[in-house]
Design a protein around this ligand. Structure first.
Ligand code: FAD
Length: 565
C-alpha cells in the first residue's frame, strides 16, 4: 500500500488528534491547546475499552484505512470466563490477560493506546475527555481530549449494588482481575485467622462462612470453585477446621441459574445440596456489615441476619457513569443501556457506535420493562386491552427495544397477533391480557438466546463492526455496488445478528453443564472436557493458551497454591 504508507507517516507525525487539556477544565468544547491531525486524511476512530468488544474490533479493523486510537484504564484484555478460576488459584491471573501492546504489535504497531479513562463524551463536538489513571503525573496533563470521526463505545458495565447499604465497604466483587486476586488472598486469610489460637469454635465457623450473593453463572461458578478448592486442597492444609467450612449462596429468585434451561438449574441445585453448599432462594439482601449480612425472606416477609467471614457480591451489572451521562445528553436518560439500531449505531447520534455490555439488552430487564409497559397500558386493571391499546403496546415495545423486533417478528409474533382474533377468526374488540402474557412468555424463552451479558455477544459485535468499517470505503466508492442492501439513508450492511453458540455453567467436581444451540443440554464430566477445549481454543493468543493449559496441568499434578502473596 504505497499511498497508504505515506498517509501513515503523515498520521504518525501529527499527534493523531491528541488535544492537551488543563486539569481544571471540564467543558470539552473549551479546549486550550489543540494539536490537531488536520492534515491526516485517514478518518480517526476512537475506541473506548479493551474488553471483549473493543479487542475483537481492534483485531480486525483495517489500520491502513483508519487512524485508530484506543482508551482504556486497563492496558490488557482479560479473559473474564476464567476469572472465577483465578479466585482459587486454579489458573494464575497473568495467564488470562493479554497486554494490549502485544495486540497492537500484531497490527504493525499502527494503533495508538492511552491508558486512561474516558470521563465525558461530547458528541456535539465529536470529542471525548479522558483522565489518565496515574495519580502523580510528572509529565503531561492529567486530563486530555481526543477528537474523532467515529467513536466506538465498548466500556462494558459496572457492578450493580442496587444501593444496598454496606455492600461497597464490606463485600468483594468479581468483575475485574484485581477483584479475583483480592478474593484469593481473602479466602486464605479466613483460613489463617480461623486457626489462630484462642478462637472459639463459633468464631472459627464464622471466619469460614463464605457467602455468595447472586445465584447467576458467576456466583454459582465461584461457589463451585471454592468448594473444590476447600475439598481438594485446603482440608489437607487446615485439617483442624475442615469440618467448620460453610458455603452459602443467596439468590433472590426461586432458583439458581434461572437464565439457563430448567434441567441445568435443577441439576445445579441437587449437586450443590449433595456437596453441602447451602442455597437460600427467595431472599433479598438488605444490608451488609463487616460481621453479618441481613436479608428479607420474600415468602414470610421476615428479616434475618447471618454472620459471615467473607461475602462475594455477584448480582449483575449496571451502566457506567460516563455512558449514563452520554445517554442523558442524547435523550436516552430513561433507558437502562445505550439504544442502538441493528447496525450498532447509537440512536440519535451520528458516527457513534456502541458494543458489548454497555449496549446489550438484558433479557430479564427487558421482560420487566415489557411487563411495566403492559401494566401501564391496563389503566383500569380490567385484565384486557382494546385492540388499539394492544397494538400501541407492541409498538412501544419495538420503539424501546428494536433489538427484540427480530424475536417479536418470529413465529411468536403470530402467537401475539392471534390474540386479536377469536377462535372463529373474527377480530376481537379487546385483547385478553392473560393470553398476551402467555404469548410474551414464548418470546421470553426465545430471548434466552440473547444472554444478559455475554462475551460472545460483545466479541461478535466487535468483529461485525470491524467488517462494516473495513468495507465502508468500498461502499462509498461504489454506492450502487452489491454491498448496498438498503435504500438511501439506510446503512449499507447487513444488520448485526447474534449467533448463539451455547453457554457453559461449570458446577465443580469436574462437572459442567452446557446449553447448546438447538435446545441441547449436556451435563457431566464429558462436558467439563468440552469446557476445557472451548476455553483453551478461545484464548486470544498462543501465549495465554499455553499458560492456561499449563496452569490446569499444574493444578492436576500439584494442587492449587495457597500462599498469600
Ligand atoms: P468488558 O469486557 O467489561 O470491557 C470493558 C472495557 O472498557 C474494559 O477494558 C474496561 O477497562 C474499559 N473501560 C471501562 N470504563 C472505561 C472508560 N470510562 N473509558 C474507557 N474504557 C473504559 N460471559 C459469557 O458469555 N460467558 C462467561 O462464562 C462469562 N463469565 C464471566 C465471568 C465473570 C467473572 C465476569 C465478570 C463476566 C463474565 N461474562 C461471561 C460476561 C462477559 O465478561 C461480558 O459480557 C463481556 O466482558 C462484555 O464485554 P465488553 O467488551 O462489553 O466489556
Amino acid at each position: 500500500y504505497p499511498a497508504c504508507s505515506k498517509l501513515l507517516v503523515l498520521c504518525t507525525l501529527s499527534s493523531g488528534g491528541l488535544v492537551a487539556y488543563s486539569e481544571s477544565q471540564t467543558d470539552v468544547s473549551n479546549t486550550s491547546v489543540e494539536i490537531n491531525a488536520k492534515d491526516c486524511k485517514k478518518r480517526r476512530v476512537v475506541v473506548l475499552g479493551t474488553g471483549w468488544a473493543g479487542i475483537s474490533f481492534l483485531k480486525d479493523v483495517d489500520v491502513s484505512a483508519y487512524d485508530v486510537q484506543v482508551i482504556s484504564p486497563r492496558n490488557y484484555f482479560a479473559f473474564t470466563p476464567l476469572l472465577p478460576s483465578v479466585t482459587c488459584g486454579t489458573v494464575e491471573a497473568r495467564s488470562i490477560v493479554e497486554p494490549v501492546r502485544n495486540i497492537i504489535k500484531k497490527r504493525n504497531g499502527e494503533i495508538k493506546f492511552f491508558e486512561a479513562e474516558c470521563i465525558k463524551i461530547d458528541a456535539a463536538n465529536k470529542k471525548i475527555l479522558c483522565r489518565s489513571t496515574f495519580d502523580n503525573n510528572l509529565v503531561g496533563n492529567e486530563e486530555f481530549s481526543l477528537e474523532y470521526d467515529y467513536l466506538v463505545i465498548a466500556v462494558g458495565a459496572q457492578v450493580n449494588t442496587f444501593n444496598t447499604p454496606g455492600v461497597v465497604e464490606n463485600c468483594h466483587f468479581l468483575k475485574e482481575v484485581e477483584d479475583a486476586q483480592k478474593i484469593r488472598r481473602s479466602v486464605i486469610d479466613c483460613f489463617e485467622k480461623a486457626v489462630l489460637p484462642g478462637l472459639s469454635e463459633e468464631e472459627q465457623r464464622i471466619n469460614l462462612h463464605f457467602v455468595i450473593v447472586g445465584g447467576g453463572p458467576t456466583g454459582v461458578e465461584f461457589a463451585a470453585e471454592l468448594h473444590d478448592y476447600v475439598q481438594e486442597d485446603l482440608v489437607n492444609l487446615y485439617p483442624t477446621v475442615k469440618d467448620l467450612v460453610k458455603i452459602t449462596v443467596i439468590q433472590s429468585g426461586d432458583h439458581i441459574l434461572n437464565m439457563f434451561d430448567e434441567r441445568i438449574s435443577s441439576f445445579a441445585e441437587q449437586k450443590f445440596s449433595r456437596d453441602g453448599i447451602e442455597v437460600q432462594t427467595g431472599c433479598r439482601v438488605i444490608s451488609v456489615s463487616d460481621k453479618e449480612i441481613t436479608m428479607k425472606l420474600k415468602s414470610k416477609e421476615e428479616i434475618c441476619s447471618i454472620p459471615h467471614g467473607l461475602v462475594v457480591w455477584s448480582t449483575g451489572v449496571e451502566t457506567r457513569p460516563v455512558v449514563k451521562d452520554f445517554m442523558g445528553q442524547i435523550g436516552q436518560g430513561s433507558r437502562r443501556v445505550l439504544a442502538t439500531d441493528e447496525w450498532l449505531r447509537v440512536k440519535g447520534c451520528a458516527d457513534v457506535y456502541a458494543l458489548g455490555d454497555c449496549a446489550t439488552i438484558n433479557q430479564r430487564k427487558v421482560m420487566e420493562d415489557i411487563a411495566a409497559i403492559f401494566k401501564a397500558a391496563d389503566k383500569d386493571n380490567s385484565g384486557a386491552l382494546t385492540v388499539k391499546e394492544f397494538q400501541d403496546v407492541v409498538d412501544d415495545i419495538l420503539e424501546r427495544y428494536p433489538q427484540v423486533e427480530h424475536y417479536l417478528k418470529s413465529k411468536h409474533l403470530s402467537d401475539v397477533t392471534d390474540l386479536l382474533k377469536d377462535p372463529e377468526g373474527n377480530a376481537r374488540d379487546e385483547v385478553d391480557i392473560g393470553g398476551f402474557k402467555l404469548a410474551l412468555s414464548h418470546v421470553d424463552s426465545q430471548m434466552k438466546n440473547l444472554p444478559a451479558t455475554a462475551q460472545q455477544v460483545a466479541a461478535q459485535q466487535g468483529a461485525y463492526l470491524s467488517k462494516c468499517f473495513n468495507h465502508r470505503q468500498q461502499c462509498e466508492d461504489n454506492p450502487e455496488g452489491p454491498r448496498r442492501f438498503k435504500g438511501s439513508g439506510r446503512h449499507q450492511f447487513h444488520p448485526f445478528r447474534y449467533k448463539h453458540l451455547g453457554q457453559f455453567a461449570p458446577l465443580g467436581g469436574e462437572q459442567t453443564a452446557a446449553e447448546l444451540p438447538g435446545d441441547w443440554v449436556s451435563i457431566g464430566h464429558s462436558t467439563q472436557w468440552l469446557w476445557y477445549s472451548v476455553y483453551a481454543s478461545k484464548q486470544v493468543s498462543w501465549r495465554t493458551r499455553v499458560l492456561v493449559v499449563s496452569d490446569w496441568t499444574r493444578r492436576f499434578i500439584f494442587g492449587r497454591d495457597s500462599s498469600r502473596i
